[in-house]
Design a protein. Structure first.
Length: 459
């Protein structure tokens, strides 16, 4: 939409998630082009020019779009497997199948993952893709293309592994890259696809998979590469007790100390999970402003434990929410993570004081923007920021008797998305995608899941 053309949204509750948690019980938002131009209480200003659309949002809550900070799209076509396993047993069970993915499968899986998130209020998504079997095609291009066509703002965390079965790792030898190959392919992906501009729709991060699947050299040189190219760094960290034992046995130190020794703490870094963090680990993350992608459903699915989110927030650690791969979170959408983050953390030491509804919403919006390095552009509703926003319908059987709209959104059932805008462009209307055929995606993901299962069964 041209910068001088306006959309006016009126008669809605608004949770801005700005620094003051400003809210309006009845207000308006004016979108001009791809930016938020104005918002406030009451009716929109009179005399606005070039208004191309007015939306009566009575009964709705408007929030920033949800920001997903950790995912593995390819896993969409291996959902529902190894459902009673912990992380390491789950990986052992699934790697032989994952090692057989190809470009067509990855494109279909990316479309399924993105569609489920987008129709549920995600406006900025990411994918940590680290499985690159030999001869599998342009997997990064397939994922980026799917996000572009869906109309979602996107960060590809270009992953890698160079520790295979022969080196004590879990993946088959043909499913990992060499140190040199991984670094070269990652650099090429950054140079080809990363956009550093304010309103970028595609960005790329450097993302070796995990301490137990990559060499120390890949971590060190990956960090150097990211900083030379000016992009962010992402990996898995402190997910399980077994990972901590692995690091101590192999490196003589815990995961956080190991990451620090390889250059992997800093305000340009975010890590997934961070379940098993002691006080000194949390202090190190807070001191260095290292971010965390909290994945409550996946952590529960794999029995990894309860992350110390309240303690990390109190220390000043940036935290966003993650769906995680859909082979460990079959629902595949982020709104449930608002609720699960709140409920699961209340099972921990802080009990009912662990998180409240507004803190959960902040994790899923501004917190996610922080860890992706985009808090100046997205994550809150403020004039000048990009027009990524969601209209949640709370005038429903499931929500209408809850007086507070933010409580209704977080504590209640998944709220219908009447409209979702990314960069000022509407991509969802009445809980259906405008940019893709959901039924066709369902058919293609089913077909590719079946094809992958047949190929894996032949080995």
């Amino acid at each position: 939409m041209a910068a001088d053309r306006r959309i006016v949204i009126e008669n809605c509750s608004i949770a801005t998630v700005d620094a003051d948690d400003t809210e309006y019980a009845n207000g308006y938002v004016v979108v001009a082009g791809n930016r938020i131009e104005a918002l406030g209480a009451g009716k929109a200003p009179e005399g606005l020019e070039n208004v191309v659309r007015r939306i009566d949002a009575t009964g709705h809550l408007v929030t920033p779009g949800l920001v997903n900070t950790h995912h593995h799209y390819y896993q969409w076509i291996t959902r529902g497997l190894a459902t009673d396993h912990n992380l390491f047993d789950w990986l052992v069970a699934l790697y032989p199948t994952w090692a057989r993915i190809d470009e067509q499968m990855v494109r279909a899986a990316a479309e399924g993952s993105l569609a489920m998130m987008a129709r549920g209020g995600v406006t900025t998504a990411m994918d940590h893709h680290y499985v690159f079997p030999h001869g599998s095609g342009d997997l990064s291009g397939a994922i980026i293309g799917a996000a572009r066509d869906m109309g979602v703002r996107f960060t590809l965390a270009r992953g890698s592994m160079d520790r295979s079965e022969k080196n004590g790792g879990l993946p088959p030898d043909f499913a990992v890259e060499t140190l040199e190959g991984a670094l070269a392919a990652t650099e090429e992906t950054v140079r080809q696809h990363h956009d550093a501009s304010f309103d970028a729709m595609t960005q790329v991060a450097v993302a070796p998979c995990s301490p137990f699947s990559v060499s120390t050299e890949l971590l060190k040189q990956g960090a150097e590469l990211a900083r030379r190219l000016g992009v962010r760094l992402h990996t898995h960290g402190s997910e399980t007790v077994e990972e901590e034992q692995f690091c101590k046995e192999l490196f003589g130190m815990g995961p956080t100390d190991y990451f620090e020794s390889t250059g992997w703490l800093g305000e340009d870094v975010w890590m997934a999970h961070c379940v098993h963090m002691n006080d000194s680990d949390i202090a190190a993350f807070a001191r260095t402003k290292t971010g965390v992608a909290h994945c409550p459903s996946s952590n529960a699915r794999l029995a990894a434990g309860i992350a110390r989110v309240p303690d990390m927030l109190a220390a000043g650690v940036p935290i966003g929410l993650g769906v995680d791969g859909t082979a460990s979170n079959e629902s595949g959408e982020l709104h449930t993570e608002l609720r699960n983050a709140l409920l699961i953390n209340r099972l921990g030491a802080h009990r009912e004081a662990a998180l409240n509804a507004r803190q959960a919403l902040r994790l899923g919006t501004y917190g996610g923007a922080q860890v992706l390095g985009r808090a100046g552009e997205i994550g809150s509703l403020e004039p000048g920021k990009l027009a990524d926003l969601v209209l949640w319908n709370l005038d429903t059987l499931a929500h209408a008797s809850i007086a507070d709209p933010v409580t209704a959104l977080v504590f209640g059932a998944a709220a219908p998305v009447t409209a979702s805008f990314v960069n000022g462009r509407q991509i969802v209307e009445d809980n259906r995608l405008l940019t893709a055929d959901e039924d066709a995606i369902a058919r293609s993901t089913r077909a590719e899941a079946q094809r992958l299962a047949r190929i894996a069964a032949q080995d």
